[in-house]
Each structure stands twice: as C-alpha cells, then as structure tokens.
Design a protein around this ligand. Structure first.
Ligand code: IVH
Length: 700
C-alpha cells in the first residue's frame, strides 16, 4: 500500500491549500494565487480522487462543484427554529422598538445595538458536528426545512470544516445571495440559450439552493454571509435532530466559551472561516441606529449584492436572552426595510432618446408605476442588443427596477403574461431627430447619431452644461433651452455666453420680464468662474462623470494642460481606464471641440484651477474618508487634503496612507485593517491639520 501514501499526502496537502486559498479569496478578499493556479490544484486533487476513490473525504473541496443529483429533499428539523424579524419602515417605529427594549430590560439609559445589512437572498442553517459541516437546511416553515447539504457545499463563504473545530453541535445561520454581477452574467447566458431569465438575484439565489442537482447550484456561483447562531451544544458527537430541547441554545443566548456580544459573534464566525460582510457596526444608542439607516441606504446601490434593509440587534447577548422571543420573532432585533426597488408594469411603447454624445438609447414608455416612492413612467432599455437578448416586446408586462439613484431600467419581460406574439421592436437606422444615418463603432453595442448639430444632441449638451453638477445655471432649465434653441437664441454652448447681447429679443418673449432675464444673465455670468472639474464634467464627454472630471482636474491642474492631454498621458492616470482615455483623447483631437474651448475662453469663461497647495504637510500622502463623518463633510476634507499637497482617493489600497473613519464605517475600514493601513478618527485627522486651516472644516 506504499504507493497510496504519496497520493494521500498530496491530496491532504492540496485540500488544505485549496481551502486556505478559498478562505483568502472569498472571506478575506485577499487572493494570493491566480485563478489558473487554483484551477490547477483543483484539477490535480480531482484526478487523485478519481484514481483513488478511497481517498475522498466528505470535506474535500471537490464536493463543492456538485454531487450526485437528489430525487427529492429530505426534511430536516432545526434544533432551534428559524424565526423571522419584525419589520419597521420609519424612524418612529425604530424609536418605539428602542422603547420596548428599554422597558423589557428595565433600563433608562442608552442600549448598545449592533447594526447589520439585511441581505436579500435565501436563509440557510448550517449544522457543524465536531467542526465538520454535516447538514445544511433551508428555512422551510421555520421549524422544518429541506436538507440541501450538497448544494450548500457549492456556496462560497461556507466552510466545510471550522477553522477551530468545536466539539459538539453548532448551527450557523446566514443568508445565501447571488451577486449582481453573477446575476447579470447568468441571465445573459440563459437568454442566449433561449431560457427564461431570473426575475431578480433573490429568487435566483433561493431557487439555486433548491436544485436537486448540485451541479446546477454550483453554476449559479452563490455566496453566503453569516449573521448568527442557532443551537450551540458543545458536547462531543451530538447528532442533529436528537434530544431536541427547546430551551437550550436559542439564537442570542450567551454560551460559555463563546463571545458575549453580537459583534463578537460575527468576529467569531469570521475566525471560524465564514464570510461575514464587513459592513456591520456597534452603535452606542438609538440615535446612531437612526443614522445607520441612511448610511446603509447610501451604500445600497454600490454593494455587489442586494440588500432590502438593515437589521438592528441588541448587542449584548445576555440582554438578548433576557428579552427573549414573541410568537413572531426575537424581541431583541428589528429589521428596517427599504422600499422595494422592483415592480411590474406594462410597456406601452419603445421611444428613442438622443443623448448629448449622440448615442441613441431605446427608452421604455411605461404605464405609470410607483417604485420606492417615485412614479416611474420611463425606464432605460439600454441598447438594442439588450432588448433582443431579454426578448422585450411592446405590450409586455415588464419588471422595472430602480436601484438607488440609478436610472430606472427594464429588467425583462414576464413571459407568462405575454399576450399573443408581438414583434420585437425594430432597431432604427436613422436618427429620429435629424434623420442622419446612425452609426455603430466596431465592438460597441451603442448606436450613434454622427451629426453634431443634431438638435436633440445640442439640447442635451446644453442641458448638461447648465445642470447642477456642471455649471449650475439655475435659470437655464430644459424648457428654456428648448425654447431658445427653436428661436435660434442658442445654437451651442458658447452661444450661452452671447445671450447678454440678445437681451431685447429675450424680453419680447412670453413670461420673460426684466427680472427673469437679469437672473438668467447673472447665473450665466457666475458660471464663467466655476471650478475646473465642473467645466470638464460640463463638456459632456462620454464616460467622464463628475468623479472622473475631479480626477482629471486634480491631475492636469490647468485647462491648458487638460486640452493638451494625450492618450499616453491619460492612460497613466490611476483612475482612468483605456476606454475613457481613448474616448477623451479622440474628443480632444477633434478640431471643433478645441475651437469650442477657445471660443469659451474668448467669451470670458475661465474655470478656477485647483488651489495650489498652501503647504506640503500632506505631500505624498493619500487619504480615504469613510463612514458617516460627524465633524466635517467628506468634500471639504478632501479639498483640504488637496490644499495641503496630499491626495484624496475613493478606495483603499496598499498605497493609501490614512483611512479616516467615522461612525458606521464598513468595508473600507475593514480593508484598511486587513492591509495594515493607518486608521484615524475625525479628531486625529483634525490634529494633523495646521490649526489655522482646521477651522475651515468645522461646523458641519
Ligand atoms: S437575524 C431570529 N440578520 O431576514 C432572527 N436576518 O426577515 C434571525 N436576514 O429570515 C434573523 N439579513 O433570512 C438576521 N443580518 C441579518 C439578516 C437577516 C437578512 C433575513 C433572514 C431572515 C429574514 C427576516
């Protein structure tokens, strides 16, 4: 049997290495090896296990790609029921929860809470016996769930073995989610194969868990985030389902050897190898709970997965136990639910919109519908390829989504509700506004109107120039722009600055008295000296948003240097990708654009260049501000860093010198801690600032 010794050793070594790297990748977000290297180790392990089936182990990472199909799910009784949470929808409801908690505990002072994200997926209970994952169960009716163990083994963030195995039984609870990026990718693949697309990541995730063939679960690339414990019985060898005692190890009860706070519990779970999302925080009282609702809401759109709210739990586990449960759920926790971001409505027509860069976008004309408190009548259909892929037809009932501040979009049709077989909308060949033949650049899905004088394009350009994030000319709204374009008072951006010579013509118009003309002209005059980044943003160059414009202004410092930027120079700027560099350099190379900038300068437009550093105390230092800052605004602090010769960045990397974290800081703070980046609170940051300048930051 000597020949078996080698493969056995190698298999064990590979398993250890693969699991270690999975942990680095999925839990710590710090991969140390390439995907190819991982694949190579994985294949080698699979080969050894195929050649020597006796070497297979239940916790082998090869089990993660899917085991033999099941014919049906077995029922599994949770040791501790999986309860639901009470919901709240307003600050008042949160405050009355706090009152109930205080009354229940008989305290008058502040209660310490623990804030978490409310993951929008499918909940799962994982039973570990002596450190090994034995059973994974869906919630089911809360008392009995379905045994989906082979499926759970394919989910990232669920360890097959605890890092520090505990003798006895422990139920770990959490949520299985599908990342937005995987959702998009999977739906694209399904649409390409002519299969029905998933309505949302939640149903794709919970449906994914309930596949009889775990290979299908594996294909869905699901992720797990742990948020709590069920039963904990730290005696050796207990099998789940035996000796169910209802008063033992309830969620939240303090158990010897385990942490005594919810926050400690999450840290413990992380140490045990579970993925724990870094956005969680200990909050000293209800005031911070109320603030956290907004912190999490502002993160919602940028998180890679869906959340439908935040969850607040009494942090001390002894207090949790004292409060106990009502029929519905724990008295020590509450969910704050954000309004639904998806709904159904009817697609009445597909309209065409010509944007400021000439891109012609199909826009859905919808039966008006409320999403997160806003009436939506229009939503983007992105491009014609997308319409075809999603198979959207006029008259269909469609799923509409409005995520955060993002423009509402049509996710796809509800095929069951389609009436008849309406034809697919036809891609236009000519601009709906000026009739020019539309063009498509190689490798692009967008179709463009090449006519820079196209009235719709000009109107969109002017509207963007005058908009709040750009030159902020309040009195030059869309209606005025359209009216002035029709009358020939405006023709292009420079013509805005010639309006002062056409005062009389403006006064002759309806609803344009002396006062409104004066206000308009004053707004235009003031816009001549806006910061350089707003000027660059206002030019409306494709792919250059407000943040991108700030980076460019910081980099080039003067309009002249910006005008002369070449592809080679642009590409070297850390936050500028090749696509943006190419679009921007082409824009700058175009004579008409350079002419427009010169014309603006001749008309007196002189953007304010970023301040020269007044000191070099921050020279060579990069700062990232995160969390809800109490003492100053992020924008003011970033400007000050600039003034002091430093750089403010949006994300944490090993090149970050300091992370300044306010209450509720989450993933950036966690990343800083992982990378060993210096973390400061607001006061410590203020101390670094010369006293005469720190005053410019106070007073938020
Ligand atoms: S704690 C006994 N924490 O929300 C309380 N639940 O509406 C157990 N959920 O079924 C739940 N994120 O699937 C908790 N951070 C979080 C959560 C969370 C999502 C889900 C969970 C539960 C549902 C309740």
């Amino acid at each position: 049997m000597l020949h078996l010794m080698e493969p056995a050793k190698r298999a064990a070594e590979l398993r250890r290495e693969i699991e270690r790297n999975n942990h680095l990748y999925y839990v710590l977000d710090q991969p140390q090896i390439s995907d190819t290297e991982w694949d190579r180790m994985f294949r080698e392990l699979q080969e050894i296990e195929t050649a020597h089936p006796e070497l297979r182990t239940p916790d082998s990472p090869t089990n993660r790609v899917g085991a033999k199909p099941l014919s049906k799910f077995e029922q599994h009784r949770h040791l501790v029921p999986m309860l639901s949470l009470d919901n709240s929808f307003s600050e008042a409801e949160l405050r009355s929860f706090d009152e109930r908690v205080k009354k229940g505990l008989g305290v008058t002072g502040d209660i310490e809470y623990h804030a978490e994200l409310k993951f929008d997926g499918g909940s799962i209970s994982l039973t570990y016996i002596d450190g090994l994952l034995e059973v994974a169960t869906t919630r089911g009716d809360g008392v009995v769930g379905e045994n989906v163990t082979p499926n759970a083994k394919t989910v990232r963030g669920i360890p097959l073995r605890l890092q520090k195995p505990l003798p006895g039984t422990i139920e770990v609870r959490g949520e299985v989610v599908m990342f937005k990026e995987h959702f998009k990718w999977i739906n694209e693949k399904r649409a390409a194969r002519g299969e029905q697309v998933f309505a949302n990541p939640r149903s794709a995730a919970s449906g994914g868990l309930r596949q009889l063939d775990s290979k299908l679960t594996a294909e869905r690339k699901l992720n797990f985030f742990a948020y709590g414990l069920g039963a904990v019985r730290l005696e050796r060898g207990t099998r789940p389902g035996s000796e169910v005692s209802t008063d033992e190890g309830h969620e939240g009860s303090p158990i010897e050897g385990l942490p005594n706070t919810q926050n400690g519990l999450l840290q413990f779970l992380k140490q045990q190898g579970f993925a724990v999302h870094p956005d969680h925080a200990v909050l000293p009282g209800i005031e911070d709970v109320v603030k956290y609702v907004e912190v999490a809401r502002s993160k919602r759109a940028s998180l890679p997965f869906l959340i439908d709210g935040a969850v607040f739990k009494v942090n001390r586990l002894d207090q949790q136990e004292e409060l106990g449960f009502s029929n519905r759920g724990p008295r020590w926790a509450i969910a704050f639910k954000y309004p639904a971001e998806q709904t159904f409505t009817k697609l009445n027509a597909v309209l065409l919109q010509v944007g400021r860069t000439g891109v012609v976008t199909p826009v859905a004309d919808l039966e008006p519908v409320q999403i997160s408190g806003v009436t939506v009548t229009r939503a983007t259909l992105h491009n014609w390829e997308d319409i075809g892929r999603k198979d959207v037809r006029v008259g269909d009932t469609v799923i509409v989504q409005r995520a955060g501040d993002v423009i509402p979009e049509v996710v796809g049709p509800v095929l069951d509700k389609r009436i008849g077989d309406p034809p697919l909308p036809v891609e236009p060949t000519h601009c709906p506004e000026c009739g020019a033949e539309l063009i498509r650049s190689p490798g692009e899905v967008a179709i463009k109107c090449p006519n820079r004088h196209c009235p719709a394009q000009v109107a969109a350009k002017l509207g963007h120039w005058a908009s709040r994030g750009a030159m902020d000319i309040e009195k030059l709204g869309w209606k005025t722009i359209e009216r002035f374009l029709e009358l020939g008072l405006l023709t292009d951006i420079p013509s805005i600055y010639r309006l002062k010579d056409r005062r009389q013509e403006m006064l002759e118009l309806d609803r344009m008295g002396d006062l409104s003309v004066d206000n308009l002209l004053q707004g235009i005059e003031e816009s001549k000296h806006k910061p350089l980044d707003r000027f660059i943003f206002g030019l409306g160059i494709r792919f250059i948003g407000d943040r991108g414009a700030q980076d460019l202004a910081r980099e080039f410092k003067s309009l002249q240097a910006f005008r002369e930027a070449t592809y080679e120079k642009l590409e070297k700027i850390p936050d500028v990708g090749p696509r943006t560099a190419s679009e921007l350099s082409l824009w700058l190379e175009e004579e008409a654009n350079q002419k427009m900038i010169s014309e603006l300068q001749e008309l007196g437009v002189k953007p304010v260049e970023p301040d020269k550093p007044v000191s070099d105390v921050f020279e060579g230092k990069t700062f990232v501000f995160t969390g809800s800052l109490d003492k100053f605004t992020r924008e003011d602090a970033e400007r000050l860093v600039d003034k002091l010769g430093g750089k403010a960045a949006g994300s944490v990397s090993k090149n970050t010198s300091y992370v300044v974290a306010g209450p509720g800081a989450g993933s950036k703070l966690a990343k800083a801690e992982q990378l060993g980046v210096h973390v400061l609170d607001e006061d410590a940051f203020l101390e670094m600032v010369p006293p005469e300048l720190s005053a410019t930051l106070q007073g938020k």
